[in-house]
Design a protein around this ligand. Sequence first.
Ligand SMILES: Cc1ncc(COP(=O)(O)O)c(C=O)c1O
Length: 429
Amino acid sequence: MKTFKNLESEVRSYVRSFPAIFQRAKGAKLYDEQDNEYIDFFAGAGALNYGHNNPLVSEALIKYIQNDGIIHGLDKATTAKKEFLETFHNIILEPRYMEYKIQFSGPTGTDAVETALKLARMVKGRSNIIAFTNAFHGLTMGSMAITGNAFYRDEAFINRTNVHFAPFDGYYGEADTAGYLRKLLEDTSSGLDLPAAMILETVQAEGGVNIASNQWLQDIEQICRDFDILLIIDDIQVGNGRTGPFFSFEEAGINPDIITLSKSIGGGLPLAIILMKNQYDQWKPGEHTGTFRGNNLAFVASTKLLSYWETDNLTQAVHYKEEILKEKLNEIIGKYDNLNASIRGKGLIYGLQIPLLGFCSEVSTEAFNQGLLIELAGSNDDVLKFLPPLTIEKELLIDGLKIIDESIETVLNERESIVEGNNHDSENN
Ligand SMILES: Cc1ncc(COP(=O)(O)O)c(C=O)c1O
């Protein structure tokens, strides 16, 4: 660890939460240099829905490299890109009657978000964007301006105007937050400038696993239609099957104008795409560029992984494993009822909220000591975010959940022994 401490910037983060040097990984397991095994409930923050080193990907990449396939191509036509475009169209778009053009941005999620915002503003000729409380869309300037968390926003002393934050579903108890937004838009004296677009995550993953109901999503879509506003769904973390279907908004039956995808679309390799309804593809040639648009190795990986979507087996598997996850988490909140914990989730993204300062962080540390990776979410880091690969074996999922249960028990016991120790000390003083 000395190398990282001495040579890498203080900005490093996950190396602090998971202080091991990882050497190899397969499926839902990682191994460090001492060959200790870890169960992965983190899945590369959603980039590894199909597991580490999925055999479909490894085999295809080795073959591609051995045959001197094109690695870097800017946005030139390549065989790998052609196969990706055709496969994505045939397996994902066409069966869902989705008529969208596909754009490749720089390879990270935030590149896709920046592109979507730029396109929406250009198409509508308006500057304002509506984003939602607790949103996370990335950390470049435009994306950060529509990200809620002050921890990230505070670092950027830039102009963050042209964004209006509206309350997400459930932000204020039972209040109808979509109705509130409609009222603001209807009222010419509300001070809200008509936006080019609204952008939202159907499940706010980083924001604490906050789930928008289907009704709310439908209401928001209707508002967009009524006021001529574009609807952008950021499916970067919860698309690619995370909630069950390929897109997280399918169940709600809405038709976003623009969709951003990244993370798992590249099977662990960097790739980001923007889907836009045909009529909004108003770019001039070369108007939005970037050297690493469309990574050919990621195209090869992605094309293979899209075969998971030829049937609904993966969706069924996600729902089946969701039941196991939900049952165990309910058991945990029942067992430790003095913690006032609660759960929420959809598919294979679940949040276990424990409203005790620092408790989730201690559980995550203890779980790591017991061989499990799990991340925190929410503005107060009071949510444990369950995000295993969708392909995780049932037994491993159960083993991981046992570690969480034991870690909670250990943290509770440690906290109690500190309190007892303090009481003992004060009695003796
Ligand atoms: C919903 C969402 N949008 C955008 C991003 C930014 O992606 P990246 O970190 O690849 O820039 C993330 C990352 O966690 C995300 O969860």
